[in-house]
Design a protein around this ligand. Structure first.
Ligand code: ATP
Length: 358
């Protein structure tokens, strides 16, 4: 049996151009067996395009994708066998029942006739779809529709599941259910999911690949990303004294890379923000120097960078005009959630929309 650490997907120098626009720009990364990968980036970063290339839906302009040793262009049948794909808009047939649709998907995925019913039954159980299996897809809620989309990706039990924005449009309860389902599936499948919402990705993923403007901005575990950005320690101090006095002392401390002195709220105090080069802890040196010069330190705090700061910084650096303002942090997600609840309430009143995309 293969061990964890085995490379399942190798993406190398992937480029996708739409006319003059480069949607994916020299993207390379690897996916190892047994982990949940989060593909994170603002709207228009190139997540769907990359996923569509990885699953063989569209061809790249250049670069290669190798799935479990099979080049997606040269050996598409073998490569696709390893993948279950939930596209951004799930390919559902609104006029089929959930059961009919999944049986049809099993036929398309060439699950042998004799095993089909048993296989679909097992997936219906696994994804808790029994309650709606006889209902027409057009009459089930958004949360169930997304679960049916996930069920069709799971048919044939592919080793890899690629899920494009699986939580989009779900209400908070459905998001939690979907998150738990994904975590459960991760015991048997390697999962890559995309999202433009940081909190979603950090809640489920072991490894985060951040892309922005079609380029790789960073890749690592949430902890590694945090560490990577923590190369400069930032300190914030409130000191009793004048700007000139503080300035004179700080200039003499070599490890300080840069600093800024402003008025503090407290009377006769200044507020100092400083960057320390490297990861050396120089709080003691600063403390001795300032108090030795008769400038008592009223407070000193080490500023930790949150994952949110990192995401904003990384995507900001390669942000394009088109992407501006489309990054969602937890605060802005709250606004969306209320829209989703409204949408879900509508769904529950037996909607009849046109979800069919095939
Ligand atoms: P979103 O979350 O909004 O789907 P994304 O990160 O998945 O964003 P993509 O859908 O991959 O981004 O799009 C990347 C860029 O390529 C965008 O600028 C988009 O407008 C452009 N693009 C995508 N598909 C096409 C197409 N078929 N023709 C032209 N441009 C396209």
């Amino acid at each position: 049996m293969e061990k964890e650490g085995h490379i399942l997907i190798q993406v190398e120098h992937l480029v996708k151009r739409y006319g003059a626009h480069t949607a994916v720009d020299d993207l390379s990364f690897t996916v190892e067996k047994g982990q949940i990968y989060g593909f994170l980036g603002p709207n228009g970063a190139g997540k769907s395009t990359t996923m569509n290339i990885m699953t063989g839906y569209i061809a790249a302009s250049s670069g290669t994708v190798v799935i479990n040793g099979n080049d997606i262009l040269k050996e598409p049948v073998n490569a696709k066998k390893c993948i279950g794909y939930l596209p951004e808009i799930p390919p559902l047939y609104p006029d089929m029942t959930v059961w009919e649709y999944l049986l049809f998907a099993a036929e398309l995925k060439k699950v042998p006739g004799k095993q089909r019913i048993e296989h679909v039954e097992e997936i219906v159980q696994k994804l808790q779809l029994s309650d709606v299996e006889e209902r027409l897809i057009k009459n089930i809620s958004k949360g169930y529709k997304q679960r049916v989309g996930l069920a069709q990706a799971l048919i044939g039990y592919p080793e890899i599941l690629i899920l494009d924005e699986p939580m989009v449009g779900l209400d908070p309860k459905q998001i939690i259910e979907m998150r738990d389902l994904i975590k459960g599936l991760a015991k048997e499948h390697t999962i890559i999911l995309s999202s433009h919402i940081l909190s979603e990705v950090s809640a489920v993923c072991d490894h985060i690949i951040i892309i922005s403007g079609g380029k790789l901005a960073a890749s690592g575990s949430p902890e590694e990303l945090q560490e990577m950005m923590q190369t400069k320690a930032e300190l914030e101090l409130v000191v009793l004294g004048t700007r000139e006095q503080a300035d004179e002392i700080l200039q003499q401390i070599n490890e300080i890379e840069s600093y800024e002195i402003n008025n503090a709220e407290e009377a006769d105090c200044v507020k100092i923000r400083l960057d320390v080069s490297g990861d050396k802890d120089i709080r003691k040196e600063i403390s001795v120097a300032l108090s030795g010069a008769g400038l008592p330190i009223m407070s000193m705090n080490r500023m930790e960078k949150s994952l949110e700061d990192i995401f904003l910084k990384l995507t900001d650096e390669s942000e394009t005009e088109e992407n501006a303002g489309s990054i969602e942090t937890e605060e802005s997600v709250q606004t969306d959630v209320s829209d989703d609840i409204e949408e879900n309430e509508m769904n529950e009143q037996e909607e009849s929309d046109d979800d069919g995309n095939l």
